[in-house]
Each structure stands twice: as C-alpha cells, then as structure tokens.
Design a protein around this ligand. Structure first.
Ligand code: PGA
Length: 263
C-alpha cells in the first residue's frame, strides 16, 4: 500500500497485457501455470488482459481466484450498428472488471485520438468497469524535452471527460498507466527516477483539476519493458502504484515474480 499526505492508501495493481497472443488452449495453460505460482493473498491486485476471443475461457478458469479480467480495448458505444466492435456491457457480461484504453499501439497503429480515448474512458466508467487509461511519449518527444507537456495533454483529455461525470466515486476509479512508447517491447525501461518524475507530474495535474482526494487515491501504473528484475525498483517510487506488463506477462514465472515484487 502506498500512503500519502492525506492518509489514503493505494493498493498496487499489476496488469498483464497479453496483446495479440495466446489461443484458448494457451490461455488455459498460462492461467493454470500462473495460478500455481501466486500466493492466495497477494499484496497487489492482479489482472490479465487476454484477446477478446479468450475472455470467456479465462473467466471460467479464474472463477473464485485472485486474478481479475481485463479487456484490451472497447467500443465507445454500448450497442448498435458498429460492425466488429465489442462494447463495455458485453465485456462486463464475460467477467471483465477492467478495460485498457488508449494503449499506444491503439493510438499509433489504429489512429486513436485523445478524444476517442476520453470517450472510451467514460464508456468504461458508465458501464461499471474500471478503465486503465494509457498515456506516454515517443522517443522524439522525449528527446525534444517535451515529455511532460505531451503526457499532460493526454491526461488533460481524460480529465476533461471525468469532469463531465457528476459522481465523485465514478471519477475516482480511473487508473492511469504511464507507458513511454520508446520503452514498450524494446527492453529499454525508464529509470525509476524518470518514471517517478512523470508520475508525480500526472498526480499534480489530477490534484489541480480534480482535487487532492481524487489525486491521492488514483493508481498510476508504469509500463514499458517491466521485468522481474526492474519491477521492484520502479514500484518502490512513491507515485508508481503498480505495473502494466506486456511481454513478461506471457511468461508465468516472470509475471509471478513481478507480482511478488509488489509485496
Ligand atoms: P512491454 O509492453 O512490457 O512488452 O514493454 C508493455 C505494454 O505495452 O503495455
């Protein structure tokens, strides 16, 4: 638990983003392997995000276990003529409690904008699930010295959406994931100090616009080449409340070690 000036505590969250990997048989095998490696009570809340087609299979495997289910994306709309989309109510129906929104691969490869990310965050919250909203800068932006400006603009778009919600508890559920694009899948990780600096800036912005209570309670995850050997030092930073893990989440030993690093 991370305590803060207000005495609020934030339970660490470790989320595995499986991306476009693992068929049904592999999903069962990976979950069984992982369940065998976790303690029955972990300090961290644990979530995995398989592909859409494996969510139902994962739900059956995870019934009564301490691993939650996340989707990797969602439709902004609850239903209708939106061929190929999957809505938040349908994700809830299949047991998801979290949805990753605005991952850099969605933004870069599929052209998702800050506006769309904002609308998806709202759709997730209104559907009763928890968004993990991703933000992060490219290498060019970092090298130009514009990291904070870029990331905070992405955060501002999310806050613009949250401001339209009347219910404080609903707003406060959102999880932010800071994922520098240059660190994703590259083996390059932000140093704990660099990650902390951005996390602190995000938390300050949340405080300025939505108040200190919400800011103190919001979990901000780090993502980008998180591995068993760097997870503890990243999560030791005061504003790093867990990890969004890609590659290492496909390996039960590595993912269990990252979960253990949050103890
Ligand atoms: P990575 O991916 O851990 O493989 O760098 C992180 C992510 O894309 O969420």
């Amino acid at each position: 638990m991370k305590a803060d000036s207000q005495g609020t505590s934030r339970r660490p969250l470790v989320a595995g983003n499986w991306k476009l990997h693992k068929n049904l048989a592999d999903t069962r095998a990976l979950l069984d392997d992982l369940l065998g490696r976790l303690q029955s009570k972990e300090a961290a809340e644990i979530v995995v995000a398989p592909v859409f087609t494996a969510l139902s299979t994962a739900q059956q495997r995870l019934a009564g276990k301490n691993i939650g289910l996340a989707a990797q994306d969602c439709c902004e709309q609850p239903q209708g003529a939106f061929t190929g989309e999957v809505s938040v109510p349908l994700l809830a129906d299949v047991g998801c409690t979290f949805v990753i929104v605005g991952h850099s691969e969605r933004r870069e490869l599929f052209g998702e904008t800050d506006e769309q990310v904002k609308r998806k965050v709202l759709a997730v919250l209104k559907g009763g699930l928890t968004p993990i909203a991703c933000v992060g800068e490219t290498l060019a932006i970092r090298e130009a010295g514009n990291t904070e400006k870029h990331v905070l603009a992405q955060v501002d778009a999310i806050i613009d959406g949250l401001e339209t919600l009347d219910e404080e508890p609903l707003r406060a559920k959102t999880v932010i994931a800071y994922e520098p694009v240059w660190a994703i899948g590259t083996g390059r990780t932000a140093t704990p100090a660099d990650a902390q600096a951005v996390h602190a800036a995000i938390r300050r912005r949340l405080a300025e616009r939505l108040g200190p209570a919400l800011s103190d309670g919001t979990r901000i995850l780090y993502g980008g080449s998180v591995k068993a050997d760097n997870a503890a030092s990243l999560m030791a930073e005061p504003d790093v409340d867990g990890a969004l893990v890609g590659g290492a989440s496909l390996d039960a030993t590595a993912f269990a070690a990252i979960v253990a690093a949050a103890r």
